[in-house]
Design a protein around this ligand. Structure first.
Ligand code: FUB
Length: 720
């Protein structure tokens, strides 16, 4: 069954105009009986067993939805076992459920044995038999099936039923006893076969039904009275050779009208091959001004649009889906269901998921597994962008559920969500109970740009403005899920040339560094474009604010950076005037490395520019970390100052690298140009302890000295 379903589900998916039809895929279902209560549709259905070769029906199932495309499976809510007076094993035929005074009544035909009634305090059950005998039993093998119950405005409840005869009885207010005898309607509406669906709308009574077999369509009749006479008005859905049987359920919901019926489309078999393994489908329904109903095309030729969107920030039962490719569900207890039979390559789709502007950043799922596997979370298609991957470890048993988490790459707005399952072949990889996304607060990210396709490093980076960090720009890997535990993000704190209060000249360089697995916090406003920023100059204090902020974020459970930042490895850096700001801050004990670019303390402070910070050379004594000077060669206006600094520094490892491009460096070249090479290597060595990166600076013929264009000098401490 499973393999067949999987293959044929794919076929349906590929060819159907209405790709989410039939609406239930994890089981064979028939005889839809929808009921609207509050903002939810309760869809009760009958259940064809997977191995049915004819009618093989033991229980009644419930599905709910609030948007008409994502349906939550509640499993069987009643079964033949609930009728103690019935000793047979088969015959759980077309039921209907309605609510009266807070109690839920389920009218259940047991084929060949009459119609029973069950009652529950909740639409989810448990349903119990309050009378211990059939409510109706005329000893008619076919005629006592398919009850439909409606409570009129005056409180009188009616039950219609029958195939091919049509009966009606009045119910008492208790809903579990008859007020009248069963009355046979001799004036049966044209084309009536079975499956009546009785309701009232705008003062007119409707009796929809499965029309004369076979194939059955969905016909309907109207009347001005609850007891008729009924006049055939046409088809809600005409009979087609795609369908042998059909069975209507009709509702108004959230301002629209819908019809439900049944088909054989999941298996995509001909009506000769179907063996009563049926599927419930839905379609939009339109009334004319006079109350008549427009004939709907066949299920697959119409589309049910999603009402609203789906909220991923709630606890979502895993058995909620618009499409469950090759999956099954298992029920334990009254309300405990999980998804199972999850194989490599299968997927679960939830449609129209609204991430809003909250920026989802974490995904949590409850899973149980003996073999483990992973769930790739894609958006918009099965092979669409991956926003996260959850590794599911073995939990020891297929019913021992544990929580697994993944960080989520930048995602906002509305997307279809595909959970694609990967792992060992031909095994149930895991069982899934529930999932949720957590988001950073609305407005956390106020602006963002993907720069140069995220950079050339191992991690695609993004440039963001973050609401609670005024006058700063932050660069970091888009998918933070890869970080945490031993893989933490070291920090680069940056200040700009000319002490400009925006990294508009350096953002390519900074983005490139972030793509190598760093969080870069730049002084200054988010560069929306490449235009120079002409506002007030920045201050050295902004670098201190950067350090304070990232340390706080790494400890804040609500931050996307929680537990992901290596706050023991922070490099402070800046270009030109920003280099001077960095030197002003060099004594801060939280700093573990310095990178001074196209800068150095002035040998002659009298020629400094206005507002430029100008500490004396004594400041160099406060440096307590390794330091690199990256300069633009002799034509760099900062060359003499920078090299003078370098020659004075004997107490910590110091390295000077010159590349002959002048003061402007290569920051604005693609990916930050040649300056990115020693910058990334310096950070990899100093902040990540990479011995490979250290070779760029250590030894007689260090890597940078052999790189075209570079000249290097270093003090003894570099090679120690
Ligand atoms: O599902 C069993 C029977 O098939 C129903 O009671 C009829 O309406 C037909 O759909």
């Amino acid at each position: 069954m499973k393999k067949l379903l999987t293959a044929l589900s794919c076929l349906c998916m590929c060819t159907a105009a209405n790709a989410q039809e039939p609406i239930i895929q994890t089981k064979y279902t028939a005889d839809p009986a929808p009921y609207v209560h509050g903002d939810t549709i309760f869809l009760y259905v009958t259940h064809d067993e997977d191995d049915a070769e004819g009618f093989k029906m033991f229980d009644w199932l419930l599905y709910t939805s609030t948007d008409m495309v994502n349906w939550t499976d509640h499993g069987a809510v009643a079964s033949l076992d609930d009728f103690k007076w019935y000793e047979g094993k088969n015959g759980a035929w077309a039921e209907q459920v309605i609510e009266r005074n807070g109690k839920w009544y389920m009218y259940c035909p047991i084929h060949g044995h009459g119609i029973g009634v069950l009652v529950a305090d909740s639409p989810y059950g448990p349903f119990k038999d309050p009378i211990g005998k059939p409510l109706v039993w005329q000893k008619e093998h076919w005629n006592d099936i398919d009850p439909t119950v409606f409570i009129d405005d005056d409180g009188q409840a009616y039950m219609y039923w029958g195939n091919p005869k049509l009966y009606c009885a009045l119910l008492n207010e208790d809903m579990i006893s008859l007020k009248s005898d069963a009355m046979q309607l001799h004036d049966v509406p044209e084309h009536y076969q079975e499956g009546p669906w009785f309701y009232k709308r705008n003062g007119k009574y409707y009796l929809a039904y499965a029309s004369t077999c076979c194939p059955e369509g969905l016909g309907y009749a109207m009347s001005d009275n609850a007891l008729g006479p009924w006049k055939f008005k046409g088809y809600v859905m005409a009979p087609t050779d795609r369908t042998r049987g059909n069975h209507p359920g009709i509702i108004d919901y959230k301002g629209k009208s819908y019809g439900f019926g049944l088909n054989y489309d999941l298996k995509n078999l001909t009506i000769k091959e179907h063996k009563e393994r049926r599927n419930v489908g839905a379609f939009p329904l339109t009334y004319n001004a006079d109350g008549t109903i427009q004939e709907s095309p066949y299920f697959k030729d119409v589309k049910v649009e999603q009402i609203g969107t789906f909220n991923p920030y709630q606890t979502v039962q895993a058995e909620t889906m618009a499409w469950g490719f090759g999956l099954k569900t298992v029920k334990r207890g009254v309300e405990d269901i999980y998804v199972t039979d999850i194989n490599n390559g299968e997927y679960l789709l939830v449609k129209g998921v609204n991430f809003g502007s909250k920026m989802a950043h974490k995904f949590i799922i409850s899973a149980a597994s003996t073999v483990g596997g992973k769930i790739e979370i894609h958006i918009d298609s099965q092979k669409g962008k991956t926003i996260g991957t959850v590794n599911i470890g073995a939990t020891g048993s297929e019913t021992l559920f544990k929580e697994f988490q993944a960080n989520i790459a930048a995602v906002s707005g509305v997307h279809d969500l595909y959970f694609v399952f990967k792992g060992a072949k031909d095994k149930n990889l895991f069982n899934l109970d529930w999932w949720t996304f957590t988001g950073v607060p609305a407005g956390y990210v106020t602006q963002e740009r993907v720069v140069e396709n995220g950079g050339q490093g191992q991690y695609k980076a993004i440039m963001r403005e973050i609401a609670d960090l005024k006058a700063h720009t932050v660069f970091y890997p888009q998918d933070l899920s890869q970080f945490g535990g031993k893989n933490q993000l070291p920090v680069l704190v940056w200040a700009n040339g000319a002490c400009t209060n925006s990294p508009w000249e350096h953002y390519l360089f900074l983005n490139e560094i972030a793509s190598h697995g760093y969080i870069v916090i730049a002084t200054g406003y988010f560069p929306v474009d490449d235009k120079p920023y002409n506002g007030k100059m920045s201050t050295p204090q902004q670098q201190i604010e950067s350090i304070d902020w990232i340390i706080a974020q790494s400890k804040d459970k609500n931050s996307p950076f929680f537990g992901k930042v290596d706050t023991k490895n922070i490099c402070v850096s800046g270009m030109s005037c920003g280099g001077l700001q960095s030197l002003i801050n060099c004594a801060d004990k939280r700093i573990s490395a310095l990178m001074i670019c196209n800068s150095g303390l002035f040998i002659d402070p009298s020629i400094a520019m206005p507002n430029m910070p100008m500490p004396s050379k004594d400041k160099l004594k406060e440096i307590h970390t390794p330091v690199i000077y990256i300069l633009g060669g002799k034509s760099d206006i900062a060359y003499n100052n920078g090299m003078d600094d370098f020659h004075r520094i004997k107490h910590v490892p110091a390295f000077a690298a010159n590349y002959p491009v002048g003061h402007g460096g290569t920051y604005r070249q693609p990916h930050g140009g040649e300056f990115s090479v020693p910058a990334v290597a310096w950070l990899d060595w100093q902040l990540k302890g990479s011995e490979e990166a250290a070779k760029m600076f250590k030894g007689k013929d260090c890597g940078l000295s052999k790189r075209k264009g570079w000249t290097v000098e270093k003090n003894n401490k570099i090679d120690e």
